[in-house]
Ligand binder design. Structure first.
Ligand code: 3PG
Length: 473
């Protein structure tokens, strides 16, 4: 006999939570929803057609409405709110129930929650969801982590609601513990970097070449038809056409040039540092958001610190082609950094990630979706243990043929004083990575000089220390 009750519970009925509920109902699942703001519960029930939805007015009402063992999804802001919700939920849960955190939680919090809830035989999964409001409603990219057996309980629902790339669901089991939230964190780090690169190119086209918003729209629309085809390039094209309701001006020109962030980019950088993986374009992208926020200081510095003041020496068409190639080059290096971070994290945290699968589920639904991901998928499909994407047969020649172009762009930044930190970091990453010799012998000598930190030699095994001279401390 089929058990009575709703298939899934959803706590947190903001735009993302509500849209995910509707998406689940579209695919035939029944859902009970709860939010501590009861007006959101009322909103959930508006316009639900024939959906099998119940709006619960307490956590107890929600858990009572669910089939057992229960599956409760959380879509609430990351941090202490998740713990508060779990604490409120726990008394109404039973053994074998499953709680799924679909927010942007820090992966270390997820590991802790899995461990703590396991003491009461309650299962916990961390799932990254990307795609914004539209994705939640129509098909996001879904990044699940946890135990394989637990994933099996929700895999058919997740596959049904996910975006599809060539008919394949943009969701698959990623790995144990916090693997899903880790992969989502790196997704966001990549997102920060792609956005910063686009912003730098915008500044060159706008300030350097004096392009209007209409022209910028045309440039980004054209790029979106080629190898740069991606969600972020396509929304950038749209943004230049949007008028401001308040003034009638182009909206982009009315927005303060001071970026905000919720922190996932910084988390990517912090963990990359902790596990010693170079992700310089992601690092600089986080720093540039921080620098942009120093608006008052920048206004003062603009009047005090001089730059070179040279003009760009390229025609508009030539410039657009160069910048398109520079973006293509740097997008590849950003994915190379993100993927190398995932490769190392997989070993350090024992996630057993499959990078081909990750590239595959990022092809649609998420913010970093791009045609490039089909190539990345194919690179890892033929070379699964690839240490760095830049070495793959798929990308090596493409980078070699584009490198001259980004060098010209970097020179433009130097000559004009238009800041291009992420584009330059991308080129510097490529040049450093392809250097069989780097000057770190000197750095090792300095460390040994002032701190007796020792060094290794090129001609024999072992650890060495030298008495350099009197200045040694
Ligand atoms: C999100 O996950 O909400 C965004 O993709 C990143 O958010 P942020 O730019 O506010 O950090």
């Amino acid at each position: 006999m089929e058990e009575q009750g709703y298939d899934y519970g959803m706590i947190g009925l903001g735009t993302m939570g509500r849209n995910l509920v509707y998406n689940m109902c579209d695919h035939g699942f029944s859902v009970a929803g709860y939010d501590k703001d009861l007006s959101m519960v009322d909103k959930l029930k508006q316009g639900i057609g024939n959906y099998k939805i119940v709006g619960a007015r307490s956590i107890k009402e929600l858990t009572d409405a669910l089939k057992k063992p229960r599956v409760v999804l959380l879509l609430v802001p990351a941090g202490s709110i998740v713990d508060a919700v779990i604490d409120g939920l726990k008394p109404s849960l039973s053994r074998e129930d499953l709680v799924i955190d679909c927010g942007n939680s820090h992966f270390t919090d997820t590991d802790l929650r899995i461990k703590n809830l396991a003491k009461d035989n309650i299962h916990f999964m961390g799932i990254g969801i990307s795609g914004g409001e539209y994705g939640a409603r129509n098909g996001p990219s879904i990044m699940p982590g946890g135990s394989k057996a637990t994933y099996a309980r929700v895999s058919s629902m997740l596959e049904a609601i996910s975006a599809k790339a060539n008919g394949e669901p943009c969701v698959t089991y990623l790995g144990t513990g916090s693997a899903g939230h880790y992969v989502k964190m790196v997704h966001n780090g990549i997102e920060y970097a792609l956005m910063e690169l686009i912003a730098e190119v915008y500044q060159l086209l706008k300030q350097g070449a004096g392009m209007t918003n209409n022209e910028l729209h045309d440039v980004f629309s054209k790029w979106d038809l080629g190898s740069l085809h991606s969600f972020l390039i396509s929304i950038t094209a749209d943004i230049f056409m949007k008028k401001d309701d308040l003034t009638g001006n182009d909206l982009v020109d009315m927005i303060l040039d001071s970026a905000h962030q919720k922190g996932t980019g910084a988390w990517t950088t912090e963990d990359a540092m902790a596990i010693e993986v170079p992700v310089p374009v992601i690092d600089i992208s986080v720093s540039m958001r921080n620098l942009s926020a120093l608006k008052e200081e920048r206004n003062i510095a603009e009047t005090l610190l001089l730059g070179p003041g040279k003009k760009i020496n390229y025609g508009k068409n030539e410039l657009v082609d160069l910048l398109g190639d520079a973006l293509d080059f740097s997008f590849i290096t950003v994915f190379a950094q993100g993927m190398e971070l995932l490769q190392k994290a997989s070993t350090v945290y024992k996630y057993e990630l499959n990078l081909e699968n990750i590239a595959a589920i990022w092809r649609e639904g998420c913010i970093i979706r791009a045609s490039l991901l089909e190539d990345i998928r194919s690179a890892f499909s033929t070379q699964p243990n690839l240490s760095n994407l830049m070495l793959s047969d798929v990308f090596k020649d493409r980078l070699i043929s584009l490198q001259e172009k980004i060098r010209h762009v970097a020179c433009m930044g130097i000559d004009t004083g238009i800041p291009l930190p992420a584009l330059m970091a991308s080129l510097a990453y490529y040049d450093s990575y392809r250097s069989g010799w780097l000057p770190d012998n000197l750095l090792q000598a300095q460390r040994d000089y002032f701190g007796a930190h020792t060094y290794e030699r090129i001609d024999r095994e072992g650890i060495f220390h030298t008495q350099w001279n009197q200045k040694e401390s």
